[in-house]
Design a binder for this molecule. Sequence first.
Ligand SMILES: [Cu+2]
Length: 312
Amino acid sequence: MALGDGIRRNIATVDPAERTLLRDAILKMNRTRWDGKRDDSAPGGVTWWFKQDEIHKATHVHGGPEFLPWHREVVNRFEDQLRVIDPRVSLHYWDWTQDPRSIPNANLGNSHSGSLNLFTPEFMGYGGQALKPIGQPFEDAGFYSPNANPFRSDNAFDPNNNPADPPRAVNRQVNGLPIKPARDQDVLAAEDYADMRETLEASHNEMHGFVFMGNSHISFRDPFVFLLHSNVDRLFALWQHQPGQPQRLDPEHVYGTMTGDPELNGNIEPWSTGQVNKVRPWGGPEQVGIPKTYKDLSVVIPRRYDTNPGVV
Ligand SMILES: [Cu+2]
């Protein structure tokens, strides 16, 4: 395992020092801001961190064929920004067949292995059964601020919901059970993209219930969501890499019976034009969007995971 090799691994298998680097890069994203001011007509001054929440709230695509490639794009871009902050980090994943409160045989450093809880003040914050704020290390880093005024509300349709403002709380609740490995096997065994996407999205929905981070309009305020979505993307990638299925890496064939879907053949937003709810810098004064569809190779070809064939 080489630090900085760009491979996404099971978060429990990397050295504790690497988990700390990933945490620190995430914390630093909230100290880095995009251009502009909060009162601009397309709000500016949004931190790199809250830009994720702004994008997800404005454009997230669930319950359709674009669910997987849209979330692939958001996690890829998030990882790219983490690597601007620290080129040594990769967006490692939570394997949702393991209980994140007690992952067995985890890498505890100095050649020790044992049970790992991801929900500690040193890594992902609070992980109890009651719905409570995620706490440290995120509160001190401004991921929420109980007395913030103005603040970003939980209501997506509130006109005062400005992504340049912190929310007053980011709440989490961990209550339930991990996914049975057979469910992942069902995903991999699906013949057509449409079946695979439905099966995988159902597991994803269930895991959002297990590690509850709020509804789909606010769950991207919780850093743990990226560990969950890296795993969603890993399973999509693994399905694409199943033996004897080279067409799953081909833009015209990966989506199977959905290949003619108008959305998949349309632009992936907000990064193409930013015109959906005017998300800067792709929309607004900068207009730096580069149009591409869900069939662009940067969307179709997955990043490298430790479970891809030929990796590690
Ligand atoms: Cu999700």
